[in-house]
Design a protein around this ligand. Structure first.
Ligand SMILES: *Cc1c(COP(=O)(O)O)cnc(C)c1O
Length: 416
């Protein structure tokens, strides 16, 4: 069962190992909360994408996990980067991503960020409004550069995911309505310092079914062909990210191959370089969050396991009501109980699991929170003046600290 999350995750004599390394030993050595990622898992997922979409450009969505060592691992395997901020551009360049493989989306890019990316000569801006187009044209003029762009179109598709991570519906702030896209393309073509190179869409995240993709990509391919029919030369068809992963034991993740099979009849209608922007599906199940039980508390009605990882370390349960599977790092064969697993933070929303069936645990025991590699550390904060967790990468038995645990001085270092 554990291997369905990550083939490198396994119990050896009742103790949980990731890529040949004991998670108990890591927790004892580096302390908790501790993020541990499997490098081989990430390489395997990237290869799966490459084999499923031959000739496509795979741009890792840096926001899922911005640790430069993770981004550098991706770059080493030939991946590009999908960025949404100047900070992510900085990380991508620092990690060795070739700028000719960087795409930049986001509804609120600042002038500073736009200038940084123009100077870096990235592959393209995925433009989300007419005003952004105008500013890019002006900046291109000032910097003496022609700016490559795609327009992010909003295809009005319901990805059937959590509303907070649906981005391609009519009421969403993202992209330009697909019915108005041709007009915007013509406007872009009239601009001296803009070079139109493609079409972009990204409909949402944690998508477990091919149908929203089929619907969206069909619409985007129609637009692409219509633009080409009007003599507009395009090269890139960027279909975004969003492939879902297994969180619940009953979830079945969509594979890149299944997505490719569903999309290939549609993609064949255009001669374009396909761009993909996977985030979660590359790193989500590469990572686990190890936390230690501090206290156990029985209030009659309810049982609580209080651990040292809080919503500042992993906020997904609090903001998306997300499910993360939790396992004991060492199985003790005790009877199972129904419990909430909660953090130490002064918020009722500070929980990792609710009414969860779990083997009874005691003070000092370690728990592994699965599927924590994406939007885990990346969304962490200092709330309650809690230093952020340590991050460790395991690679075929080798262990490397890729980010040290913070301390109080670090948190306050800009508040002198
Ligand atoms: C967040 C995001 C992605 C990645 O989404 P995942 O669900 O992590 O694959 C890709 N493209 C854009 C534009 C995004 O905002």
């Amino acid at each position: 069962m554990v291997k369905e999350y990550n083939p490198y995750l396994e119990y050896v004599k009742d103790e949980l190992f990731l890529e040949g390394v004991s998670l108990r030993e890591l927790a004892e050595k580096y302390g908790t909360p501790l993020y541990v990622y499997s490098a081989s898992y990430i390489r395997d997922r990237l290869r799966e994408y490459r084999e499923s979409f031959p000739g496509a450009l795979i741009c890792y969505a840096v926001k899922a996990n911005f640790n430069p060592h993770i981004v550098s691992l991706m770059a080493g395997e030939g991946a590009g980067a999908d960025i949404v901020s100047g900070g992510e551009l900085y990380v991508a360049l620092m990690a060795g991503v070739n700028p000719s493989r960087i795409v930049y989306a986001g509804v609120g890019k600042t002038v500073k960020e736009l200038v940084e990316a123009i100077k870096a000569d990235i592959l393209m801006f995925n433009v989300e409004s007419r005003m952004e187009l105008e500013i890019l044209n002006q900046l291109g003029e000032q910097l003496g550069k022609k700016v490559r762009i795609s327009i992010r179109v909003n295809p009005h598709v319901d990805p059937k995911t959590h509303p907070y991570i649906a981005t391609g519906m009519k009421k969403s702030k993202f992209g330009i309505d697909i019915d108005r896209a041709e007009e915007e393309y013509r406007y872009a073509l009239s601009m001296k310092n803009i070079q139109v190179v493609g079409v972009h869409c990204h409909i949402g995240s944690q998508i477990l079914d091919t149908s929203p993709y089929v619907e969206a990509v069909s619409k985007v391919v129609d637009l692409y062909r219509s633009l080409e029919d009007q003599g507009i030369e395009l090269q890139y068809l960027d279909i975004g990210g969003g492939l879902g992963i297994k969180y619940k034991p009953e979830d079945r993740a969509l594979t890149p191959m299944e997505l490719s099979s569903a999309l290939s009849p549609i993609l064949q209608k255009v001669k374009a370089t396909v761009v993909l922007e996977p985030g979660r599906s590359l790193v989500g199940n590469a990572g686990v969050l190890i936390t230690q039980v501090q206290f156990v508390k029985d209030k009659g009605e309810k049982h609580f396991v209080i651990v040292d990882a809080g919503m500042n370390d992993l906020i997904r349960p609090a903001i998306y009501d997300a499910y993360h599977h939790i396992l004991p790092v060492v199985k003790r064969g005790r009877p199972s109980i129904v419990t909430d697993v909660v953090g130490p933070i002064c918020e009722t929303g500070d929980f990792l699991a609710k009414d969860r069936q779990l083997e009874e645990v005691g003070r000092g025991d370690y728990l592994a929170v699965l599927s924590a590699g994406a939007y885990g550390f990346a969304m962490s904060s200092h709330y309650n003046v809690r230093p952020r967790a340590c991050e460790v990468l395991v690679d075929r038995g080798y262990v490397r600290v890729i980010r040290e645990r913070e301390d109080y001085q670090y948190i306050l270092s800009k508040s002198s």
